[in-house]
Design a protein around this ligand. Structure first.
Ligand code: SF4
Length: 331
């Protein structure tokens, strides 16, 4: 499986009143062709900023991309002009947002919104684009698509609006789909339907997906690999099996312990991660999780840990994985 997207040493800051928020601090990960990766972490960890930077939708100012590269199909997206990026967006990379009501245009029919990128990027005639719009709505499981393309977003339920968003994002058959919390605004049964639609489409169209979420259930359901972010950095990465069965970073372990499961002993309370993430105006020099970590050592608040690989596909940034720490713990 070749690499489709490679994010290298990405740094993004926001200039705001009173200083600079270092929202993304040296993020590195890749997406292979045809795979689904999940980027997880709590609010403010930098996952959505990373996604918006890939799409170059991050408003500059106040944001500033300070360092890094985003290689997509061998070309650096950060070096492209806005005109060149307009060809990438929608055509090569599609995006689904959390709240379809604010992302869909309320003044245009859903059909017109699916047809727009097809006419713009693929030079289809109106007749061809209409036919394709009906096919796309059918593909995402929309009942009565011929009637639905003539309707406006307010005539759709929440789940149908999200299906319409997926249809728009996939209309031009992009090789990468970025889904930013695509099921957060939906109720549980609709969430399951939308995830099934995405899984099914991924299989049929072989689209790579970046799923941005705070919901580990979503990750377990659809992802091949997981990137765990905390305070603007990637703290752990691995396959879904590795992250769920053998998490290494105390933050990843905390996330997993704080999620309810069906087979959980109902008398056993969930374990929250106490405390709050650090202030990204002045991030700590060492491990950003230090103040919340039960295993913190002297070195942790002085110096950030390097990547420690535990397999070819899994690594974590935690001093506990350093051979010296392991020796001390086993004594
Ligand atoms: Fe905890 Fe130290 Fe590991 Fe950070 S580096 S997670 S503070 S043990």
């Amino acid at each position: 499986m070749g690499k489709l997207l490679e994010v290298n040493d990405l740094e993004v800051s926001f200039k705001v009143h009173g200083g600079e928020v270092k929202a993304v601090r040296g993020v590195k990960f890749h997406v292979n062709k045809g795979e689904t990766i999940g980027i997880v972490g709590e609010s403010g960890c930098g996952k959505s900023v990373t996604a918006q930077t890939i799409m170059r939708l991050i408003p500059q100012p106040p944001a500033r991309i300070k360092n890094g590269s985003i290689m997509f199909n061998g070309e650096d997206l950060l070096k492209k002009t806005e005109r060149e990026m307009q060809k990438v967006r929608g055509k090569e990379i599609g995006m689904i947002f959390q709240d379809p009501m604010t992302s869909l245009n309320p003044t245009m029919t859903v059909g017109a919104q699916i047809m727009e990128p097809l006419i713009k990027h693929q030079n289809l005639s109106r007749k061809e684009a209409t036919k394709r719009a009906v096919e796309m709505l059918d593909l995402v499981g929309m009942p009565n698509p011929e009637k639905r393309i003539k309707q406006y977003p307010h005539q759709f339920s929440g789940g149908m609006r999200q299906r319409a968003m997926i249809a728009i994002a996939l209309a031009c058959d992009p090789s990468l789909l970025i889904a930013d919390e695509p099921t957060t605004a939906l109720d549980v049964t609709i969430q399951a339907q939308i995830l099934n639609v995405m899984k099914d489409l991924q299989k049929r169209l072989n689209t790579s997906i970046i799923m941005i979420t705070h919901d580990l259930g979503v990750v377990a359901e659809v992802c091949d690999r997981v990137v765990v972010m905390y305070a603007g950095k990637v703290v752990e990465e691995g396959t879904v099996q590795e992250i769920f069965k053998n998490p290494q970073h105390p933050y990843t372990k905390g996330l997993l312990k704080s999620v309810p499961s069906l087979d959980q002993d109902k008398d056993k309370p969930l374990v929250p991660i106490y405390g709050t993430p650090p202030d990204l105006f002045s991030p700590p020099p060492g491990c950003a999780f230090c103040d919340r970590c039960d295993y913190a050592m002297n070195i942790c608040n002085k110096q950030d840990a390097d990547k420690y690989h535990v397999s070819d596909t899994q690594y974590a940034r935690c001093w506990l994985l350093d051979p010296v720490a392991q020796e001390v713990r086993s004594k």
